[in-house]
Write a protein that binds this ligand. Structure first.
Ligand code: HEC
Length: 259
């Protein structure tokens, strides 16, 4: 069965592939009990490429080897008597191509592998309401207004319950009526991981520009947070920020001036 000769290098490639795919995790699990480290797909592709090239080089290095391994292909594709096997191999190659393409394009429900940065560095400038704001130096103009503070917090609460509670929840726990429809889920403002860590200017930027305003490191899950500068006034946003901190009892992070 000379025609099956190319199956030998193919088998060698497959054996090496499985040795890497199963062997490396096995060795890793022996070194660190309880783990099963796998080789990343991109690295695996590189290994398999070099293994395939190496094995084929070795098997076709001599004239005899070349004839023995490449000959059967010429036989299949050039010999008029090999019609059936030629037809079958063409169908198989076509099916394989279709399967590979399908694996690439089919939708998946798995979470993306990349991690999402929840609090990305804000841009130094952000455009909202047709103006450009410098996020680094921006302050909440209503914070110093002690006289109207209570009224502003109250107005902020109205903005919140008209616009934000659907997602962020009536008690700010991120569990509004729509919360479980989103990935990432709405922020829980009571948790110390959100506004308690942020400056008011950061929160202002996040509310004003929403999910679409996030830089690419905050993807690949697209945030459902709306672009509020298109629906609220600047003053309403500052008021809702006062309300967020007042309700949760957190104080905004203050950037200390350099000495
Ligand atoms: C359609 C649902 C939805 C509505 C309505 C909504 N948000 Fe959000 N919001 C989200 C989601 C989802 C996130 C988390 C993902 C992200 O960081 O963008 C978020 C994040 C935030 C953050 C960022 C918190 C952090 O730790 O970085 C702030 C601040 C915020 N929302 C404020 C508001 C305010 C104020 C309103 C109302 C004016 C509002 N949101 C209305 C969905 C919503």
């Amino acid at each position: 069965m000379k025609i099956l000769r190319p199956l030998i290098p193919l088998t060698v490639i497959l054996i090496l592939y499985f040795a890497l795919k199963e062997g490396v995790p096995y060795l890793g699990s022996q070194l660190h009990e309880g783990t099963w480290p796998v080789i990343p797909t991109s690295v695996m592709k590189m290994y398999v490429f070099f293994i395939a090239v190496g094995v084929l080089l070795i098997f076709t290095f001599t004239d005899d080897g070349f004839k023995a391994n490449i000959g059967p292909f010429a036989e299949i594709y050039l010999n008029p008597d090999r019609k059936i096997i030629r037809f079958v191999s063409a169908v198989l190659v076509g099916c394989f191509g279709a399967w590979v393409s399908y694996q690439y394009v089919k939708p998946t429900f798995d979470a993306p592998v990349e991690l999402r940065s929840i609090h990305p560095a804000p841009p130094s400038n952000a455009k909202m309401w047709g103006k450009t704001y410098s996020i680094g130096t921006l302050k909440n103009p209503l914070r110093e207004d002690k006289e109207n503070f209570a009224a502003n917090v109250k107005a902020g609460g109205e903005v919140y319950y008209k616009n934000c509670f659907y997602c962020h929840g009536d008690r700010m726990l991120g569990k509004g009526p729509f919360w479980d429809g989103f990935t990432p889920v709405p922020a829980n403002f009571v948790d110390i991981g959100t506004i308690a860590q942020l400056s008011e200017s950061f929160v202002f930027w996040r509310i004003g520009t929403g999910g679409p305003g996030l830089p690419s490191e905050a993807t690949p899950w697209l945030s459902a947070m709306p672009v509020w500068h298109e629906f609220l006034s600047e003053e309403e946003v500052w008021k809702v920020i006062l309300f967020l901190y007042d309700y949760t009892g957190h104080s905004p992070r203050v950037i200390e001036p350099h000495h």
